[in-house]
Design a protein around this ligand. Structure first.
Ligand code: IPE
Ligand code: IPE
Ligand code: MG
Length: 240
């Protein structure tokens, strides 16, 4: 990959990985084949992030709404998650990747939560790249849990109200408190919607919708997304 051509590299790239099912269907296969092939695309994007100097890569792996899919598909996706972590963690760790999972973890099986805790602990000091997997996540849920936690805290100690005086103070209650907002959000598969993804954190993200199905989104597509980002003029409401 020719890294020199990318003039302005985003700090945080976020990917809405969509189109696995259609990709498989186009090939006369079961949807799960698309999910399996999609894991390869994640690996490619992790490598491309390291090569280009992206410091945070996040992926929308499973939404709160995805729990409503057929039980067999939910189970296949959860199984794939455990398998991918088992297969990839050593190499991620060796390459300096800090692995983080964010979302409504109360809904995840104990076995999966235990594996996640182990992987997060094992890689917590790595600094080359932070890989955030949004699992059982939705933007509205995140804002709701933040407001609820804040309310519970304030009810117990009303004097704490003085500590939350700004939008930034409130955002400390979101699950993403420790991480920067995404500079670029890319969605694959030709759909132009956020599907309840980072509603708060994406307030000023650059959005890119591409037709490529997720299993075909590899290094070249990632690099093209960065090139598109490099051409954007981020004004944040100001006059430049
Ligand atoms: C993305 O692919 C993976 C998840 C949402 C878990 P889809 O499974 O949504 O594939 P399509 O959009 O139906 O093709
Ligand atoms: C969004 O894709 C969620 C993830 C990529 C995890 P979906 O396929 O679930 O979204 P919709 O149904 O097209 O909105
Ligand atoms: Mg989809």
């Amino acid at each position: 990959m020719n890294v020199e051509t990318i003039s302005k590299v985003p700090l945080h790239v976020s990917l809405i990985m969509d189109g696995n099912g259609r990709w498989a269907k186009e090939r006369g296969k079961e949807r799960v084949f698309g999910h399996i092939e999609g894991v390869e695309s994640v690996r490619a994007c992790v490598e491309a992030s390291i090569e280009t100097g992206v410091k945070y890569l996040s992926i929308y792996a499973f939404s709160e709404e995805n729990w409503s899919r057929p039980e067999a598909e939910v189970q296949a996706l959860m199984g794939l998650m455990v398998k991918a972590m088992a297969n990839e963690m050593e190499s991620l760790d060796r390459n300096g990747v800090r692995f983080v999972v964010l979302g409504n973890r109360e809904r995840l099986a104990d076995e999966l939560n235990a594996t996640i805790d182990h992987c997060m602990d094992m890689t917590k000091d790595n600094e080359t790249l932070t890989l955030i997997v949004f699992l059982s996540y939705s933007g509205k849920w995140d804002i709701f849990q933040a407001a609820r936690r804040m309310a519970v805290e304030m009810a117990a100690s009303p004097e704490k109200m003085g500590e939350v005086m700004s939008v930034e103070d409130f955002s400390k209650y979101l699950v993403t408190a420790d991480y920067p907002d995404p500079d670029l959000i890319v969605r694959t598969s030709g759909e132009s919607r956020l599907s309840n993804y980072l509603l708060w954190q994406g307030a000023y993200s650059e959005l890119l919708f591409v037709d490529t199905m997720w299993p075909d989104f590899r290094k070249e597509e990632f690099r093209k997304a960065l090139e598109s980002y490099a051409k954007r003029d981020r004004r944040y409401g100001k006059v430049k």
